[in-house]
Design a protein around this ligand. Structure first.
Ligand code: ADP
Ligand code: MG
Ligand code: ZN
Length: 491
């Protein structure tokens, strides 16, 4: 980063995020147009309601409310008994009604918070200020593929898609924290079935608000809103950049403007866009076409009861009751389907075999899914096969190396581990006579190691085991080899 960053040490960052998340409904927020039309031909998922034709009236989509409520419950928010849709008035070519239906003074949820893990140090929590429902706008096209246009096209397929806006308190103090907050938020939203959060489809978008202050001060500084953040990494980089830029302005005795800035991905810096608009510029008023949204308590309770176990609780259970490392617990709990897969595989196994299951999943399985670009849901190796592999490793039938081989073959052939062990003679060699021959040759070929071993240098045994493994092409049962070496060198 630039020179400005080098003397920002006595300033600290204060940041809050506004995240827009597209709810996973079939239809739009106020009409029955297709809400899953990403990639469809422009302006084919539209109707008089979402294009603002005279006389058309909005009808609230119950499924969208349900998903919005679920998001709020998953984030520990308070659901307001009643909330109000308002018109946010402004002109832009992607907004045919010239107002966006949103919630302003009375959002449906307030309070709440999100815990997120950091690489170094303990987990942190950011409070959530509010969550409200609103409709998306359309999309302007300035280019087709790589061809710049001398005019602009409008695609209204996205107009009226259901969104929740999740607004945090200014509780984040670094780019890394903002990144971790977003990762955790995405996990929760996917777990709760609220959204698939596919960033490439624009289902999760984020504006970052950031100010700086001298360390030790408590008053908030003047904030800048950064837009055009296309990835979590961009959020992190933009915030870190802003800390340096704003600190430099203050250090030189300058004043910061409350403004919106654009993140320039190529130049890796923000650029002034416009003075930040104020709420009153939008002439908010309650939408007369829509009644208040009432959160009926029985309905809310049934939604709460229907929430799955969320990633933070899972992580805690895996690290606590199951005794996994924090790292493994974090990996397995990061996706609902992965956690489910792990639990299917681990069910009923002894703790040692559970550890083996974890290793197989985090190395073999995730490695292979990654390299093939597959989600866990499409993994061709059933959880029961992983459990069986772990048992075969535990009882000495398969070495770790052979288990890897068996895993790969199960993936490719769909055959079960036992079938493979028999068919491919993948099994470990535990025949004592054969093993003793190999042990004797290995001892004969490694007199120095034998000498060390007899002198009490126990670690020398590794060299002899290694030699036996070489002779057996990796198939010797290591536990048995160890015992035989001890027997043969004791006399
Ligand atoms: P606006 O009315 O400009 O949208 P809000 O008060 O609604 O501003 O806050 C929007 C977001 O900005 C929230 O996430 C909030 O946490 C964050 N925020 C507010 N004030 C500051 C500040 N001084 N510095 C950093 N972030 C802030
Ligand atoms: Mg705002
Ligand atoms: Zn429509």
């Amino acid at each position: 980063m630039g020179a400005v960053d080098m003397n920002s040490a006595d300033f600290e960052m204060v940041a809050g995020l506004e995240v827009h998340c597209q709810l996973a409904t079939k239809t739009k927020l106020f009409c029955s147009c297709d809400a899953q039309s990403f990639g469809a031909q422009a302006n084919t998922a539209v109707c008089p309601v979402c294009t603002g034709q005279p006389g058309a009236l909005p009808v609230l989509n119950r499924a969208a409310v349900e998903l919005g409520f679920k998001a709020a419950l998953a984030l520990g928010c308070r659901l307001e008994g009643s909330s109000v849709f308002a018109r946010k008035n402004y002109f832009y070519p992607d907004l045919p009604k010239a107002y966006q239906i949103s919630q302003y003074e009375q959002p449906f949820a307030t309070g709440g918070g999100l815990t997120f893990g950091l690489k170094d140090g303990p987990a942190k929590r950011a409070r959530i200020r509010r969550i409200h429902l609103e409709e998306d706008a359309g999309k302007l096209l300035h280019a087709i593929g790589s061809r710049e246009l001398d005019h602009t096209l409008v695609d209204l397929n996205r107009c009226g898609l259901p969104l929740v806006e999740i607004v945090s308190e200014p509780d984040l103090s670094s780019g890394e924290e903002a990144h971790a907050y977003l990762v955790a938020l995405k996990e929760v939203l996917i777990y709760a079935g609220v959204s698939s959060c596919d960033m490439e489809k624009g289902e999760l978008r984020c504006d970052a608000n950031v100010s700086v202050r001298r360390k030790g001060e408590t008053a908030l500084g003047t904030k800048v809103e950064v837009k055009n953040l296309n990835s979590f990494k961009a959020v992190k980089e933009a915030l870190d950049h802003e800390l340096g830029r704003q600190a430099a302005v203050l250090r030189e005795g300058g004043r910061l403007l409350q403004e919106s800035r654009l993140w320039d991905h190529e130049a890796r810096r923000t650029e002034a866009m416009r003075a930040k608009e104020e709420a009153h510029d939008y002439r908010y008023f309650p939408d007369p076409d829509l009644p208040a949204l009432v959160a009926e308590p029985g309905w809310v309770e049934s939604l709460r009861a229907g929430l799955p176990e969320l990633p933070a609780a899972r992580r805690e259970r895996y690290a606590g009751a199951l005794g996994l490392s924090d790292y493994d617990a974090g990996v397995l709990a990061s996706q609902r389907a992965l956690g489910d897969y792990f639990e299917d595989a681990a069910r009923g196994l002894a703790p040692a075999a559970v550890k083996t299951v974890v290793n197989l999943i985090t190395t073999e399985l995730l490695g292979r899914l990654n390299s093939e670009g597959l989600p866990v849901e499409r993994c061709p190796v059933p959880a029961a096969a992983i459990a069986r592999l772990a048992i075969l490793i535990q009882n000495g039938t398969l070495s770790t190396r052979l288990a890897k081989e068996a895993f790969a073959r199960t993936w490719e052939s769909g055959k079960g581990p036992d079938e493979l062990v028999a068919e491919l003679a993948l099994g470990q060699i535990s025949d004592e006579g054969q093993l003793r021959d190999w042990v004797r040759s290995a001892l004969g070929a490694n007199p120095k190691a034998v000498e060390d071993l007899k002198a009490g240098k126990d670690r020398a045994i590794g060299r002899i085991v290694g030699a036996v493994m070489k002779l057996s092409k990796g198939k010797a049962n290591p536990a048995l080899v160890n015992r035989l070496i001890k027997e043969e060198t004791k006399a």
